[in-house]
Design a protein around this ligand. Structure first.
Ligand code: NAD
Length: 368
């Protein structure tokens, strides 16, 4: 029989307001400029603790819905990350839509800076995937509300090494929980994505004599860590089937999903990528059921935001930031223990702690 009604596109059922309501955002800012080709979205999730801070991601999204979903998920994650890290800042994030190889220009980045400036400090931007310190310099020509600037300009430089360090600390806390020892010597670790953060993580792991598998889209980046640290390269798909102790997602989000969960054979998942669980509730519960120790992404990758926040607040000191990032070992272990006691997924335990801080401070502020 011939279908007489036009099938509905799934996109047509997507409601921005429903998503915002569900995730609890304060504001979503759509930025557009034909002259420079800028298409950007700024997500401000929660500003109870302070102005929303979170990096800008440049990505070639398939469609607008994918970009909106990403900025909503990422900015919400920043709220929890900043809260659990004890920072007095709220959660936000931005995405620029386009091909990183072709879309970037001084004019486009400065136009984006103007949009950030128009929010009067309610949102502070920094680096994320495909955005570098040199891009922040252009943004800084148009707004003061940018951080992650180069050391030559008095900034804290690339935050990625600190992110890698905090991720490494979180991984060690997960090892303490799973194996009764924080040592990663001899452990087999699969690092997915060896970009800015992943390559530094590989360096830490190699210093501790872990056995390292790596994968990336970029042959050049793989070649670097293979030559420099003796890592073993695998294809992008093979990474999920390896017999490893630890899986460290350091590329994009949602790699813990229905497909990969049945393939992963690791004891621990600890990586830097944001939003690793495709469906927070469902996949968090499945990890618990499988007995995998999951170090929540927003807890252990907070070194980067600690670095850019310290820079923005003034009086930046790199050693102090590393000391702050080191404490993520204790924070992560506390969360893993809480989750075990309450028999809940570790992500849920972490969100509970973050939300409690936000609610306590909101109450405190209402009393002032
Ligand atoms: P990056 O762009 O430098 O590196 C990402 C790497 O992943 C690239 O080399 C890319 O080629 C690779 N990649 C992309 N898709 C892949 C796939 N399917 N399989 C394998 N490799 C793939 O970005 P980054 O700054 O290293 O950030 C990595 C992750 O960590 C992101 O999710 C980011 O949001 C998160 N993060 C970064 C920071 C930071 O300080 N840079 C802080 C917190 C969280």
């Amino acid at each position: 029989m011939v279908e007489t009604t036009t099938p509905a596109y799934t996109e047509s059922t997507f409601s921005v307001y429903e998503e915002i309501e569900k995730m609890g955002h304060e504001q979503l800012v759509i930025c557009h400029d034909s002259a420079t080709g800028l298409k950007a979205i700024i997500g401000i999730h929660n500003t109870v603790l302070g102005p929303a801070l979170g990096g800008t991601r440049l990505w070639n999204y398939k469609n607008d819905q994918e970009a909106i979903t990403d900025v909503l998920r990422l900015s919400r994650g920043m709220t929890f990350k900043n809260a659990i890290s004890g920072l007095n800042i709220g959660g936000g994030k931005a995405v620029i839509i386009g091909d990183a190889k072709t879309v970037k220009s001084e004019a486009l980045l400065r136009r984006f800076g103007k949009f950030v400036e128009s929010l009067n400090g309610k949102y502070i931007t920094a680096e994320d995937v495909n955005m570098r310190t040199e891009d922040m310099e252009f943004i800084a020509m148009e707004t003061r509300h940018v951080t992650g600037l180069s050391e030559e300009r008095g900034g804290g430089g690339d935050p990625s090494p600190v992110t890698a360090y905090s991720t490494y600390m979180g991984m060690k806390a997960a090892a303490q929980k799973a194996y009764g020892s924080e040592s990663l010597t001899g452990k087999v670790v699969a690092v997915q994505g060896v970009g800015q953060v992943g390559k530094h993580l590989v360096e830490f792991l190699s210093k501790e004599n872990a056995e390292i598998y790596v994968t990336d889209i970029s042959e050049e980046r793989i070649a670097h860590v293979v030559e420099e640290y003796g890592a073993k390269a695998v294809t992008m798909d093979e990474i999920y089937d390896l017999d490893v102790d630890i899986y460290a997602p350091c590329a994009l989000g949602a790699t813990i999903n229905d497909d990969t969960l049945s393939r992963l054979k690791c004891d621990i998942i600890a990586g830097a990528a944001n939003n690793q669980l495709k469906d927070e509730e469902k996949h968090g519960k499945l990890l618990l059921k499988k007995g995998v120790v999951y170090a929540p992404d927003f807890v252990i990758n907070a070194g980067g935001v600690m670095n850019v926040c310290a820079e923005y607040m003034g009086g930046y000191n790199r050693e102090a930031t590393y000391r702050q990032a080191e404490k993520i070992f204790d924070t992560c272990l506390e969360i893993l223990n809480k989750a075990e006691i309450e028999k809940i997924p570790t992500q849920e335990a972490a969100i509970k702690i973050a939300m409690k801080r936000i609610q306590d401070i909101a109450q405190l502020k209402s009393m002032l």
